[in-house]
Ligand binder design. Structure first.
Ligand code: HEM
Length: 151
């Protein structure tokens, strides 16, 4: 299932449901010429990291292959869709498993097409101002061709 996990990581890199991660500084922190005093609450914005062209080549392109050979199950300074460290999302493995099961059934049993893309914006999370309309139909007796096999 390594390719499926690459697809899932790429999906949450581009379309993260958590626009901010909160932390409190335990001591003064110097960063890029600024000081965050001890005891302050601050917000880390994962999308500013996930869409940084210095960290991801062509960051707006959906490219699961960029994860080949990368760590897929821990947070890092360049990937924090599920947070990181001791507060790493407690549901990360569960949500990845649910997503993999959903993708498996969607790809092997259904076909779909986007009928109205609406108005997609980032604020910084992904917002579909007019929704996203998708027409889904069940495979009409087609056998699984293998084109959508999950690996
Ligand atoms: C795609 C789905 C999900 C995403 C992107 C996500 C993302 C996150 C993020 C960014 C955090 C903050 C981590 C940090 O502060 O470093 C978090 C925390 C947490 N998440 Fe999730 N989450 C997801 C699904 C779930 C699910 C399904 C559950 C439970 C069944 C869950 C339970 C939790 C809990 C309990 C925490 C708090 C962990 C702590 O503070 O120690 N999450 N999640």
């Amino acid at each position: 299932m390594s390719f499926t996990n690459m697809v899932i990581n790429e999906t949450v890199r581009l379309a993260n449901i958590a626009p901010g991660i909160f932390r409190i500084t335990l001591k003064d922190v110097q960063i890029k010429g600024y000081t965050i005093p001890a005891g302050w609450t601050f917000v880390v914005c994962p999308s500013s990291v996930h869409l940084d062209p210095n960290k991801y080549e062509d960051p707006l392109t959906f490219n699961p292959w960029r994860w080949k050979g990368e760590e897929l199950h821990k947070g890092s300074k360049k990937f924090m869709a599920f947070g990181g460290g001791v507060r790493l999302c407690a549901g990360a493995d569960l949500s990845k498993m649910q997503t993999a099961i959903f993708l498996h059934y969607l790809l092997t049993n259904y076909r779909w097409k986007v009928t109205n893309e609406g108005n997609v914006t980032r604020q910084p999370g992904l917002i579909f101002k007019k929704g996203l309309h998708i027409e889904i139909s069940k495979n009409q007796g087609e056998k699984n061709t293998g084109n959508y096999c999950l690996r």
